[in-house]
Design a protein around this ligand. Sequence first.
Ligand SMILES: Nc1ncnc2c1ncn2[C@@H]1O[C@H](COP(=O)(O)OP(=O)(O)OP(=O)(O)O)[C@@H](O)[C@H]1O
Length: 306
Amino acid sequence: MATTTAPAAVSLRGVRKSRGAVRAVDGVDLVVAPGEVVALLGPNGAGKSTTVDVLLGLTAPDAGEVRLFGRTPRQAVVDGLVGAVLQDGALLEGATVGEVVGLVAALHRRPLPVAEALALAGATDLARRRSTELSGGQRKRALLATALVPDPDLLVLDEPTAALDVQSRRRFWATTREHTARGRTVLFATHHLEEAQEFADRVVLLDGGKVIADGTVAQIRTAVSGRVIAATLPGASAPGADLAPLRALPGVRAVETRGDRVLLECADSDAALRALLATHPTTHDVEVTALGLEAAFLALTGRENR
Ligand SMILES: Nc1ncnc2c1ncn2[C@@H]1O[C@H](COP(=O)(O)OP(=O)(O)OP(=O)(O)O)[C@@H](O)[C@H]1O
């Protein structure tokens, strides 16, 4: 692709932010190119919301620099380049959803028509509903309409589908997909591994306020978790069987037995498989599978994702 001088949609450099005694964000560097869909994935307390707050200019970093399309967050928001759905986003009490979206539109220079923003968010049927009379899912759709009405180049979503049922979640992502199909950038925080896997081009894994991995879903998975060879090896799973020769095979990281099956966790499954078949010719029913993102996540953070 030709080199471009277009500034990054998001650029965080050395960002730190303490919340009370906690270093909620501890030296984060993150560059998101225009058009990318990036998941900020991490367990509770990883620093996702604080990162989102800092990049939207809702709170100033203690150190580091934040730029959105080469501008300060505040300027980017004023210029209508950014839309956001926050975790506890508020809707003006007493107003209807249509009125709230209309108010947000009035704050921007080149907003979408209110009806279009409502339609994009799947919230047309909510236009006359009072904001205080919405279910959790309806509320998210109303918030998405307020985020889409500036017709933003960058959409920032903090756990947008938390508390939504499967159907509402799918609907929400279908809408967001339509938005990204138009070349817009999306950064969303989530602790749903499947959501990151399904909707993001790239996953940035946060833990303890630091980026601990950054890559495509496939890269993260293979970089840390490799593959597992499952096979039946007559004799190998008998009580007291010596697993050391299997552990010593090239490309093998760990070996365990499960019933009469042997599981080889591999850094290089091709090398391991060749060696396994050469040294154990009676091996049969071989399966090779990639570990899921969840295993990669646990391996990287070294703890349960709650
Ligand atoms: N107002 C606050 N006062 C004190 N500590 C805070 C405050 N807000 C956040 N923290 C702490 O900062 C750290 C990062 O919190 P943050 O909300 O950014 O994480 P998160 O990844 O969004 O978590 P979650 O998935 O639970 O929303 C946590 O240890 C949290 O306890």
